[in-house]
Design a protein around this ligand. Structure first.
Ligand SMILES: [Zn+2]
Length: 130
């Protein structure tokens, strides 16, 4: 199947007339996309034959509880961002105010870079968790 036609093939029955005409023209020339559409059609019929399935008892409640737990966790990144932002501003201000004394400049720069690294690491960790 040609990647540029995948979305159209998946939504074949719901396509607007213009999209459908365009896709049909391609299907006449492309056996791979035709085969893929045939496969999708078979899958659709197979799923339809299964009929409606009932979710296990308690599914709705457990899903709702899980979503609530996820929402409760979601404020952590914002608090973290706020703390890092405030720390960054304070450290930058501290560094600039002591910039006249070069002895403070390097430790401040190192501290700011370390803080940014920790923040980036925590952000990446949080991305992986969600
Ligand atoms: Zn194709």
């Amino acid at each position: 199947m040609c990647p540029e036609y995948e979305d159209l093939l998946v939504a074949y029955d719901a396509l607007e007339r213009e999209e459908r005409t365009h896709l049909d023209a391609h299907l006449k020339l492309c056996p791979r996309c035709s085969d893929y559409l045939l496969l999708l059609s078979h899958l659709d019929k197979s799923f339809s034959a299964l009929g409606a399935m009932k979710a296990p008892s308690g599914f709705r409640r457990s899903l709702s509880e899980r979503l609530d737990r996820e929402r409760k966790l979601s404020f952590v990144p914002e608090v973290l961002d706020f703390l890092v932002g405030v720390s960054f501003i304070l450290l930058t201000g501290l560094g600039l105010s002591h910039a006249v004394n070069e002895a403070y400049l390097l430790p401040t720069v190192i501290l700011v870079l370390f803080g940014l690294s920790v923040w980036a690491g925590l952000q990446a960790y949080n991305e992986l968790r969600t």
